[in-house]
Design a protein around this ligand. Structure first.
Ligand SMILES: Cc1ncc(COP(=O)(O)O)c(C=O)c1O
Length: 447
């Protein structure tokens, strides 16, 4: 830490009761809280002054590290000139500047950007664009949306409807978007355990889309949405050839393909977008998180130019798309985004991510023979270790490994039985070694 500002101290009277924490076991957490008060580079500092190595880029988002000085300065400068401007019928220069920068790094022919504040809003925006696009073309019968089992597309009603995580869906079943269907997930340990990079088995699972077309008829299907690499479900890497097949079937039947790149964008796969890595171009990309290195909430959808043009018909004085947020393209978030994209370029972070990938691969696969490990997998700067569930205590073993790591100095993620890693491309080899050693100790220390 080279910050001039000492870490703030927590008041001993801190009242934790009023805060309802998201996706957290609130009661257990408040008995043994993990509270961070400062971040810099690859580290957090806890309220008791301990240094925590961040193995997850915050939550898959701080890809330039914490409080990168260039991005901090850009936000401070922005505050000095403009705090907020309404994005409906007025706009500010930073939003145009960032949209142009995003168009420059997105796949060819995808140059139109709609801003949101989060990944969830980005997904709902993309789904609405897909439905409205078909309608604008006179194809309003295309109302079905196809997601995938174990998919995570945020927590909006659109996102949980196309999402495939039971816990995120079951309490809200009556409110699901109608007409949604799901492709099978591609995770089968009997076929792909301990794969390095993309598994060779599983491309045929994309053919399920063809079966759905036979069942529902293509004329009723608006879009398919998938994460190119499923992050939240615990790093489920796409089988070789799978995404190409999805693309081919969608194109053949006039179905839009949406890649939800909220996690995979901005370096996680060694490129600005995973579509570049996989050589598959979708029709819409959703993004958030890494777009401004997690500094200020920001997300969005990038669409093919001709999709945008389809909306740009009719009288010019009429609004073309009835959708948007008060904070769509907030000046501070966009200023952070412009600076983050400059940092990614100047510090060569896409290339650094690609150089670090084999290092992370070797390290994570060194956990293969540890107790209760049933799988190890990786792609780009995402990696996971899957543990056998403890009888009668689902996900507790992974939770205990997570606690061990945090208590001994590293932040990782756990979800069901899986420990996941998503370090920033600025990580050093020795920092990755440190994190893997802590996971190893953790796995050994929990029965
Ligand atoms: C693929 C994907 N889509 C959407 C989201 C939701 O993003 P947010 O939490 O910013 O709403 C996430 C969050 O992890 C995600 O991984």
């Amino acid at each position: 830490m080279n910050s001039a500002v000492p870490p703030p101290q927590l008041s001993p009277e801190l009242d934790m009761d009023p805060l309802w924490m998201p996706f957290t076991h609130n009661r257990l957490f408040k008995k043994n809280p993990r509270i961070v008060v400062q971040g810099e580079g690859m580290h957090y500092i806890t309220q008791d002054g301990r240094k925590i190595l961040d193995g997850l880029s915050g939550l898959w988002c701080c890809n330039a590290g914490h409080r990168h000085p260039r991005i901090v300065e850009a936000v401070q400068n922005q505050l000095g000139s403009l705090d907020y401007a309404p994005p409906f019928q007025t706009m500010h220069d930073r939003a145009f500047e960032l949209a142009a920068k995003l168009a420059a790094v997105s796949p060819a022919g995808m140059d139109r950007v709609f801003f949101t504040n989060s990944g969830s809003e980005a997904v709902d925006t993309a789904l609405k664009i897909a439905l409205a696009y078909h309608r604008a073309k006179g194809d309003a019968s295309r109302f079905r949306l196809i997601g995938r089992a174990r998919g995570y597309h945020g927590v909006g009603f659109g996102g949980i409807s196309v999402g495939g995580m039971v816990a995120n869906r079951k309490a809200f079943a009556p409110a699901m978007v109608p007409g949604v269907d799901h492709l099978p997930h591609t995770h089968d340990l009997s076929q792909m355990a301990f794969s390095r990079g993309m598994p060779t088995w599983g491309a045929h699972l994309a053919d399920e889309l063809e079966r759905m077309v036979q069942l529902h008829d293509a004329s009723t299907i608006a879009a398919v949405i998938v994460e190119p690499m499923q992050g939240s479900a615990g790093v489920i890497v796409p089988p070789q050839g799978y995404l190409q097949k999805l693309r081919e079937i969608c194109t053949r039947h006039g179905i839009l393909l949406i890649f939800d790149e909220v996690i995979t964008g901005f370096g996680r796969m060694g490129h600005y977008f995973a579509s570049e890595r996989f050589g598959v171009t979708p029709d819409i990309i959703t993004f958030a998180k890494g777009v401004n290195s997690g500094m200020i909430p920001l997300g969005g959808a990038i669409v093919r130019n001709d999709i945008y043009e389809t909306f740009m018909t009719g009288p010019e004085h009429l609004v073309e798309f009835f959708h948007g947020y008060t904070y769509s393209g907030h000046p501070l978030a966009c200023a952070a985004g412009v600076a983050a994209l400059e940092v990614y370029e100047e510090e060569n972070l896409m290339a650094r991510a690609r150089q670090l990938e084999p290092v992370l691969e070797e390290l994570i696969h060194s956990l293969r023979d540890e107790p209760n490990v049933v799988d190890v997998r990786n792609l780009g700067l995402a990696a996971a270790v899957e543990l056998a569930p403890r009888a009668g205590e689902p996900s507790k073993r992974a939770m205990e490994v997570f606690h061990h790591c945090f208590d001994h100095g590293a932040l990782v993620r756990y979800t069901s039985e899986i420990i996941a890693l998503g370090p920033a491309p600025i990580a050093s080899t020795s920092q990755l070694e440190e994190i893997i050693d802590l996971i190893r100790q953790g796995i050994r220390s929990v029965a």
